[in-house]
Design a protein around this ligand. Structure first.
Ligand code: MG
Length: 307
């Protein structure tokens, strides 16, 4: 696991990136042999990471104490994105069941959202929880376009939107309705802004491959703005996370792209597989976990993930 892993390394595109990593630290491959992985979520109390192996219809678990990997849940309803809420509970997007769920402390699974105005969601993809407990998720159609990552079906809603769910009341609202394929999303560290990736280019020639920036309105539950913040220079931005200084660490085709607060791509972590999602973990949140096609990678950084 140690030493240089072929095809990996830090690539400085702007001097600002040099302070973000440690020169002799290498990327590690923690596990491989899966089909298409996404949705890493780190549990600090248990010192483990869970993620999705979507086509294999299972969730995996990596144990930080001994590096072992096991199946966490199978079948998983083709889960995709996950996050951990303020109470340490797992919140998951399920392609197959077309819903967002929360795994309770007793292990039971509670449905948070599965329909909007009586119409089934498409296939929730990625999810974040705001500090007020509200659950924000994207609903592109990837899980219903083919049988590989869910069940092929027509969209009942007929479009791909972003939603806010109040998990206490079940209230569901659309917070954006002008995306082609909304995908990864993350709040800025101060939660004043919500950034959302659009991967519409996958099925629309010349379609969007960028991250847009929205301002969260004073009500804390609706959005304004939505200008393009950064265009992807290699493939697509899928999932991404913020560090404490407001830099974005995003998935891309050739690795992880680091984008500074002004939208400049300042550096990359090269990875030899297409990257889907990332998350910060470890007790200090200074270790980046990277899901990439068939493998899980990690690398220690000189930055800390936003809480
Ligand atoms: Mg995604």
């Amino acid at each position: 696991m140690f030493g240089t892993l072929e095809g990996t390394g830090f690539e400085v595109l702007d001097p600002r990136f040099e302070a973000c990593f440690i020169g002799h630290v290498k990327v590690e491959r923690l596990h491989t042999g899966m089909r298409w992985v996404e949705g890493p979520a780190y549990f600090a109390a248990g010192r483990y990471l869970v993620w999705s192996d979507i086509p294999n219809n299972r969730m995996m678990r990596w144990d930080e104490t001994d590096g072992s990997v096991s199946v966490f849940r199978e079948p998983s309803n083709n889960t995709n994105g996950h996050t951990v809420d303020g109470q340490g509970r797992l919140v998951s997007c399920e392609h197959l069941a077309r819903r967002v769920t929360r795994t309770e402390h007793d292990g039971s699974i509670k449905v948070l959202a599965d329909a909007f105005e009586g119409k089934r969601l498409n296939s929730p993809n990625d999810v974040v929880v705001k500090s007020d407990g509200s659950v924000w998720f994207t609903d592109p159609s990837y899980g219903i376009l083919m049988d590989y990552e869910g069940d092929r079906a027509e969209s009942e809603i007929g479009a791909c939107h972003v939603y806010r769910c109040d998990p206490d009341t079940g209230e569901l609202t659309q917070v954006t309705t002008d995306y082609v394929k909304p995908n990864g999303l993350a709040f800025s560290p101060d939660e004043a802004e919500l950034f959302i990736a659009d991967t519409g280019a996958t099925h629309t020639p010349g379609g969007p491959a960028h991250i847009r920036r929205h301002t969260v309105n004073a009500d804390g539950r609706s959005l304004n703005g939505g200008d393009v913040f950064a265009d992807c220079t290699a493939g697509l931005f899928d999932g991404f996370r913020f560090d404490r200084e407001g830099r974005i660490w995003s998935s891309a085709e050739d690795g992880v792209h680091c984008i500074d607060t002004d939208g400049t791509l300042i550096g990359k972590i090269n990875i030899p597989e297409i990257v889907s999602n990332v998350c910060f973990g470890g007790p200090k949140l200074n270790r980046l976990f990277i899901t990439a096609t068939t493998s899980l990678y990690s690398v220690y950084l000189n930055v800390n993930g936003a809480r």
